[in-house]
Design a protein around this ligand. Structure first.
Ligand SMILES: *Cc1c(COP(=O)(O)O)cnc(C)c1O
Length: 405
């Protein structure tokens, strides 16, 4: 009889967003006349911009013609896209990254989940708490996390770096040295960002200790402040310790179109001289058959002058929602964080309510759906996430309702 991978069975049950879905469905069934406003989603709502649509149409037409038809994509990505990324995301920002260090993929979720495969099984992992759940769960699946404590919600073999209002949502450098450090800035769920000086301290720490940083920059395009780096390679020495993951999902509305990339510099080496670049290339070539040509052409269009202007407009729309949420809640007396360099607003629940108590309260009294902070980790308890991805009209209405409570 077959047996399953026992490590998968260690994953704790009920997924955060399915619990939320069930609660909202039950409330809607009992109160069919109420208009629910959802500010819990981490998904974009604006359609793809015209420059991207045009590139998609053109690429589809190429596929219809025998002389321009494309079969399998190169598994590491088309040169036209890798060269564009190297120039516009890196060289133009003064970062020393070459096109052949960029691995095009179907998105940041898979890359941030898969990257752990190239590290040894006894790799010690550090994550922020609260955390984007993919980083921890994929290490659980790989049997790297030890024992789960259902009381605390912590794995025995993972180093958690609490991020709360007390440390301005910016974790201390861990005393116990991890091999692999996951950082996500601008942050989902807290909406926090990191200054270049603070990120430089992480890079120095990693280089000094022989750690690798996996830097998830899925929200890079939302950065509005000057002292916030768009890439970890703006820091000196990052080429020897940092992998960067990017996505077109939040930057250009590709959540359903699927495109991302991972940067693995050739200078990250083991003591024996093995490069992570060679292993990731091997892994990519074996398990991935390339992002679709049509989608890579669409991705290239994001970097055109029109694509830039149009996607910046979409981001400005979301960030206007973020401002509306931030200022509305602040004026209503809430302690509010984030929302400046990220489309997420993180708030302290009032009256010492737990995250789930506040979820129920908000659903029942304001008919607004958000995400309980405790769903992202124990240090998220007492916090709550609202997102700026709704429509402006719904966002304004939701905040008006909350103000009236
Ligand atoms: C949304 C999100 C991603 C997922 O990006 P895809 O490219 O759509 O897979 C990755 N990391 C973080 C932190 C996210 O919030």
């Amino acid at each position: 009889m077959f047996r399953v991978n026992e490590d998968y069975l260690k994953l704790p049950g009920s997924y955060l967003f399915s619990t939320i879905g069930k609660k909202v469905a039950a409330y809607t069934a009992a109160n069919p006349d109420k208009k629910i406003i959802r500010l819990g989603i981490g998904d974009v709502t604006q359609p793809l911009c015209p420059a991207v649509i045009k590139a998609l149409h053109n690429a589809v037409d190429e596929m219809a013609d025998a002389s321009t038809f494309k079969g399998y994509s190169p598994d590491l990505g088309y040169d036209f896209l890798r060269n564009t990324i190297a120039q516009k995301d890196y060289k133009d920002r003064g970062c020393d990254i070459a096109a052949d260090e960029i691995f095009v993929s179907d998105g940041a979720k898979s890359d941030s989940g898969n990257i752990q495969e190239i590290f040894s099984k006894d790799t010690k992992v550090a994550v922020c708490d609260p955390v984007y759940p993919v980083y921890v769960d994929t290490n659980v699946m790989a049997g790297r996390t030890g024992v789960y404590d259902s009381e605390t919600g912590l794995w025995s073999n993972v180093i958690y770096m609490p991020c709360t209002a007390e440390n301005d949502f910016s974790p201390e450098l861990p005393k116990e040295v991890p091999d692999l450090i996951y950082l996500c800035y601008p942050n989902n769920p807290t909406g926090a960002s990191i200054t270049k000086d603070a990120l430089q301290r992480w890079v120095d720490y990693a280089n000094k200790n022989g750690s690798v940083i996996v830097y998830d920059a899925a929200y890079e395009a939302y950065i509005s402040e000057d002292n916030v780096p768009h890439s970890i390679y703006e820091c000196e020495g990052a080429r020897t310790c940092a992998i960067e993951i990017r996505s077109f999902s939040k930057n250009a509305g590709f959540t359903g179109t699927r495109l991302g990339f991972t940067v693995v510099p050739k200078d990250i080496k083991t003591a024996e001289g093995v490069t992570l670049h060679q292993l990731w290339a091997r892994r990519h070539g074996t398990k991935f058959n390339g992002a679709p040509y049509i989608v890579q052409k669409a991705g290239e269009a994001v970097y055109s002058a029109e694509g830039r202007a149009e996607t910046q407009q979409q981001i400005a729309y979301y960030m206007n929602n973020a401002k509306c949420i931030y200022e509305g809640l602040k004026s209503a007396g809430y302690s509010v964080y984030g929302g400046v360099n990220a489309p997420y607003i993180w708030l302290k629940t009032p009256d010492k309510m737990t995250s789930w108590e506040f979820f129920d309260f908000l659903l029942e009294t304001a008919n607004v759906v958000g995400t309980p902070g405790s769903g992202f980790g124990p240090s998220g308890e007492g916090y709550f996430r609202l997102t700026a991805f709704g429509s402006y009209e719904n966002t304004v209405e939701a905040i008006d309702r909350i103000k009236k409570l």
